[in-house]
Design a protein around this ligand. Sequence first.
Ligand code: ANZ
Ligand code: ZN
Ligand code: ZN
Length: 837
Amino acid sequence: MSIDNFPQIDKKQQDRWEKANLFASPRMPKGKKFYCLDMFPYPSGAGLHVGHPEGYTASDILVRYKLMNGYDVLHPMGWDAFGLPAENYAIATGVHPRITTHKNIANFKRQIKSIGLAYDWSREIDTTDPKYYKWTQWIFLQLFKKGLAYESTVPINWCPSCKTGLANEEVFNGKCERCGHEIERKALRQWILRITNYAEKLLEGLDKLDWPESTLTMQRNWIGKSNGAEVKFKLDGHDDILTVFTTRPDTLFGATYMVVSPEHPILKKIVTPEQKAAVEHYQAEAAKKSDLERGDLNKDKTGVFTGAYAINPVNGKKIPVWTSDYVLMGYGTGAIMAVPAHDERDYAFAKKFGLDIIEVIKSEQGVEKEAFTGDGELVNSGFLNGMHVQESKAAMIDWLTQRGLGNAKTSYKLRDWVFARQRYWGEPIPIVHCPKCGVVPLPEDQLPLTLPEVEKFEPSGTGESPLSTVESWVNTTCPHCGGPAKRETNTMPQWAGSCWYYLRYMDPHNDKALVDPEIEKAYGPVDCYIGGAEHAVLHLLYARFWHHVLFDLGVVSHPEPFQKLRHQGMILAFSYRDKMGAYHGYDEIDFKDGKAFLKTTGEELSPMVEKMSKSKKNVINPDEILSQYGADAFRMYEMFMGPFEASKPWDMKGIEGISRFLKRTAAWSESVKLFEGPDPKKSEILKNKTIAKVSEDIENFRFNTAISALMVLFNDISKLPQVSQDTFQTFLKLLHPFAPHLTEEIWQQKGYEGFVVKSAWPKVNPDLLQDDSVEIGVQVNGKVRDRISVPANASREEMEKLARASAKVQRSLEGLEIKKVIVVPGRMVSFVAAPQK
Ligand code: ANZ
Ligand code: ZN
Ligand code: ZN
């Protein structure tokens, strides 16, 4: 059979792999293990996006490379299948989310399989399968028993469009992460996870991880650790104490007023009758704003005087207490001491409302025009005068501590995780509310608590989940006293299922435990995790939190879940617009000389690189690419587009180029004359260099340069009149992780044994890594006069001697006297010469 029908070869080889069950991982790894994990997809109705296979192909390359290097590999795939789209579709059409989800999973699976990825499909998981979410619920019960899940009625982020509460991590710029709607604050009874108990562990754990620096930084900032102090202020004429958190106790002498958050409970006690109306009005206005808007440095400052005064403990001065929304209730104590001379927000506020500004850190610029936030000598500060910031912080904390006026304090920005959703399509929370016993966890032997069938999927909008309408399900008996009780009707957020799925893959059919401890010990942790950077503080923080809890419970034996993490860049695409700004799809366009013309009118269209979207008519459909070019061209092009982490546009010319390379490879493999070798030294050296380069590039996610190196090798060996068996097989092996179908096909057609992926990765022969001679240029007065061959390790003297020996060089030096010789080892010799006197 001649090799030209790539889609047909894909199918044939995929069937062969499946029959041979090539990618099933052993129950227990025996030797070296490699656990390679892809972020599992949400099976959306739109099908696979070309961005999905980018990460999947990278992991597949790694996995095939590791298999060929003798590792026991775990490489699973599954479905993160709870979530709003299926539920919203159900609301609109009445089709049960389970049905939509199963349909979408089938389509995703077909598409992913058609790319030929080396997954162990016997380990497939689906977060909406009761056999799976039984263990999600089990983990919730452990969190509850450890006091890490609690109920509270708190103002939370509420999306009026999605009709559900959201976690802080799901709110961007005050808008809903899913639908873009403005977030409101709404007080709702909630299940909340005490992730803040793990703030320090989650922070410290980051130091040991091989993760992108930007993602580590995002997690560190999100956890937001600040070292500082709490300071207690007496309120003039009240018994109450107002405690503030400050990172700058050194500036206490410069505190000229105080600010409490509009939500601070002390407000209603201290506000004077004259100020009451103004303060209440201000509170109502602040309730409408998101934390992010309120914290914005550049925002015009607003605020109201409460009428009350506090006493600065360090100098007994009476200072006014204000309320302003730039102080957030959720951080520190919800109250601050304001030091306008040295804090930008306090400065803007003081200027606006004419409050005192007292300089306490000396600086050249002074504080006439703006706050000074740098280091300097303390002034106007009693016993601190003459010290510098660091030293005076410690001195002030000592002074306060000795007098019971304050103490050292560490604060974290991290907030507890609002874990309840008022929706249908999620894991039911395994809790019963009993009028006598209160909140009662479901006994573990009653898990899974399955989702009941409902008639309507519509959330009530009052903050109650659709589950609350299913009376037969809601009404139950209390597991504790046996009396009538009601089930919790909130469900878990979509993040729950993805918090621990990587553990389930290790032991997916275990019905006694979420994972067998021995297996977990052997397969864990994930050696390489690949997925999008958009999960930096959501999934990647939540999963670490659950993992740390499971570690403390002894369920897992490794402290961190994901040792190495890499993010793929976004795949963009060219979009084309006409003069009127309307988008046109590729099928409406003629491409000529690198330009785009509208078929109907001939108008030239202007290209732009944008995110793929239906509205821009620039969505690339993987199915079409696969049926036209085959899986290998698709995979290889995605890896060749540019650096793995970079955003880059899909370009049809690019895939054409890769496709041509694969066709040339196929044709050459049919005509090549093989012999027992060896090949010419030059080719042997190139082969060895390529083995080293491709291996190193794969390990370091430089797939694009690995492919270039393979092309260079191909160009060399495909020109030889005959090629050694070893070089031929080596080339197939090196190419295999990138183009598994074609390489297996050629392997089979040549009658080689078994599969490429079961063969051993080629070894570098270190004696054949160095070219023994290199070509160098010889210049005379800046002009290249000859190119000569010198030993690769030639000394400067040797190079100069050989250069002088060149006949061409001697001719150009006739009548000249050499004034200077410049030798660049391995590259060139340059003579500077002047006429002889
Ligand atoms: C006095 C002071 C003087 C401050 C100075 C800063 C500079 P980070 O680093 O983010 O932890 N702060 C404390 N609680 C706050 C709240 N709930 N809402 C808004 N601001 C709050 O910032 C800590 C600083 O932010 C604290 O130190 C406090 O202002 C303010 F020259 O206290 B500082
Ligand atoms: Zn929304
Ligand atoms: Zn009870």
